[in-house]
Write a protein that binds this ligand. Structure first.
Ligand code: ATP
Ligand code: MG
Length: 569
């Protein structure tokens, strides 16, 4: 491609709203443009990157035996009502009505559609197992579209679905995808972890793993053991929790203490000269509209996903001030378990505390010497909190948990029969008996991967594309296009490289060298060849974007180097 013909503008500055590096660089280097919040245009360079990711996906998925198909974005909402997700999915589902007043949704995912398809197509066990996938645009009206391609409202996803007759079969299909995902993310050059995850709104009975590209700006927190391979999303992570136990055996009866103006754990610990580990923190939630109290140690955070799962609730929200006041009879900040007549969910660390300070359910008062079990019910004990850095790993003897940030680039689920039961997708087994198909589903954020790669591959000058993903492999830059010798050598090289199948971007623009080099740094192609003052001696400069290893080589040497350079294949 000649840069004089390339539709691409680089920008000196990124728009102010672009906060994360990948968003800024993709805009500045001219790979994407925003149309509306969370909705992007892929410019020619960006599209080539996206297509490179797609190529890797197709290659590995075909290798894993999956069939590509393409399903529509428009989905009748009846399907969503049948599966029971119409209400659960909430406002993220974009709904619209056609001229006949029939309601449709813009597909945020395709479990319903693909299950309906299989219901019609699969009759006999002989047709199973089968796995299908598509690379297709998804729509989700995200509450906070942000970070460019990382959280869009319209984005490209690869979604795959497996259909089996047995759980063993599902395990095999799942494993095949899990392995394919490892190869895909490796080939994309990502540093990633497969982590145990929570099943979330999509549901299902089996296991689920998320694939996290490690990055400081990631929205997800993952707990990783320093010793064994254990890694889990914080939503799910457990530790061999260490528990703080206080001295003394008999705890005196609890006692109310006046704590004027003390609302937070910090204020409480300063006022009473105690530590957060001495506090039993009580939070009031509404689970499907009904108040519940969750009690965790003062230095711990409630894990709402764990609470929601324990209650089997569809929604869980922290209660508003008025609800808290009507439930506890006190201002916010003074809730405690004693005297509450709503379900108490007690974190298992709390029941091992010998005593604690709690709110008194009376404004400006707390209670000391509160003993779990003695002073309040410990009927509902469970794991309701987030693990913390340095806690002991629950899987091995030696390891400690580290918390790191990640971007979820992929997700694999064992769905079981959730959708096939709801939508009656059945097959006839060898005895002629109807059975529900056992399903798995597997997603990859194709456009999100592009941003995740840039988060991991950049420097202060711009993007540093991994070769497999780069829009072109070589940036060929004659310093002055008006110099006949330079232009001729550049044109010859351009032809020679293209002849051996190398994608080259030839900067044939009549621009100053500084402009060309800045653009080239920003765009970040793996190899740069500069045809400059040494052209008269038949030499050009060869440099790899990631190495800064400038070398003067003859034209033949350059072609040879690129042709044989394995890492640029
Ligand atoms: P998240 O927790 O980030 O919202 P999710 O759990 O809703 O993700 P899935 O329903 O599992 O995501 O979708 C499959 C994949 O699609 C995700 O692993 C992610 O890579 C990608 N993805 C999900 N939402 C978005 C989005 N709004 N923009 C870009 N990619 C997305
Ligand atoms: Mg989501």
């Amino acid at each position: 491609m000649r840069q004089s013909q390339l539709f691409a503008n680089t920008l000196r500055e990124a728009p102010a709203e672009a906060e994360v590096t990948s968003h800024r660089l993709l805009l500045r280097a001219g790979f994407i443009r925003q149309l509306a919040a969370g909705i992007y245009i892929f410019m020619p360079l960006g599209l080539r990157v996206l297509q490179n990711v797609e190529r890797i996906l197709r290659d590995e998925l075909e290798r894993a035996g999956a069939n590509e198909l393409l399903m529509p974005a428009l989905q009748p909402t009846e399907l969503w009502k049948e599966s029971g997700r119409y209400d659960v999915y909430g406002p993220e589902l974009i709904r619209l009505t056609d001229r006949h007043h029939r309601e449709f949704a813009l597909g945020p995912t395709h479990e319903e559609v693909v299950t309906m398809l299989m219901k019609n197509e699969i009759n006999s066990y002989r047709q199973l197992p089968v796995t299908v996938y598509q690379i297709q645009t998804k729509f989700r009206d995200e509450r906070r579209p942000r970070s460019g391609l990382l959280r869009g409202r319209e984005f490209l996803m690869k979604d795959a679905y497996s259909f089996d007759t047995t759980w063993d079969g599902l395990n095999r299909s799942y494993r095949a995808m899990y392995d394919a995902y490892h190869r895909i993310f490796e080939r994309c050059g990502l540093t990633f972890r497969a982590v145990e995850a929570d099943a979330g709104a999509i549901g299902g009975e089996g296991g689920t793993h998320e694939f996290m590209a490690l990055a400081d700006i990631g929205e997800d927190t993952i707990a990783v053991c320093t010793h064994c391979g254990y890694s889990a999303n914080i939503e799910k992570a457990i530790s061999r929790e260490e528990c703080f136990e206080t001295e003394g055996n008999t705890i005196p009866k609890y006692d109310k203490i006046h704590t004027p103006g003390v609302h937070t754990i910090k204020e409480l610990t300063e006022y009473l000269k105690i530590k957060p580990v001495n506090v039993m923190k009580t939070l009031i939630y509404l689970a499907d509209g009904n108040p519940v109290a969750v009690i965790v140690r003062g230095d711990h955070e409630v894990n709402e996903i764990k609470v929601k799962n324990a209650l089997g609730a569809e929604t869980l929200t922290l209660s508003e001030t008025e609800t808290t006041e009507s439930v506890t009879g006190a201002k916010t900040g003074f809730a405690g378990p004693i005297g509450l007549s709503i379900p108490l969910l007690v974190d298992k660390v709390v029941i091992r505390m010998k005593w604690g300070i709690t709110g008194a359910n009376e404004s400006e008062y707390h209670i000391k010497n509160v003993v779990p079990g003695r002073d309040f019910s410990v009927e509902h004990v469970g794991d309701f909190r987030n693990v913390k850095e340095d806690e002991a790993c629950s899987r091995c003897e030696e390891g400690k948990l580290r918390l790191v940030k990640g971007i979820e680039v992929g997700h694999v689920f064992k769905l079981g029969t959730k959708y096939s039961e709801a939508l009656k997708a059945r097959y006839l087994d060898a005895n002629g008996k109807e059975q529900p198909i056992i399903m798995g589903c597997y997603g990859i954020g194709v456009s999100r991967i592009v941003s995740a790669i840039v988060e991991q591959y950049h420097d202060e000058r711009g993007i540093v594309w991994p070769p497999a993903i780069a829009p072109y492999r070589v940036h060929l830059i004659p310093v002055s296009i008006r110099d006949d010798m330079q232009r001729k050598i550049a044109e010859d090289l351009y032809d020679a490289l293209r002849q051996i199948g190398i994608d080259v971007l030839l900067d044939d623009r009549d621009e100053r060298a500084g402009v060309k080099f800045n653009d080239s740094d920003l765009i970040g192609l793996p190899i740069r060849i500069v045809v400059g003052k040494d052209a008269i001696h038949g030499k050009v400069e060869y440099v790899e974007r990631s190495e800064n290893n400038k070398q003067l080589l003859s034209v033949e040497e350059v072609v040879m180097r690129i042709n044989t350079g394995d890492k640029f294949r």
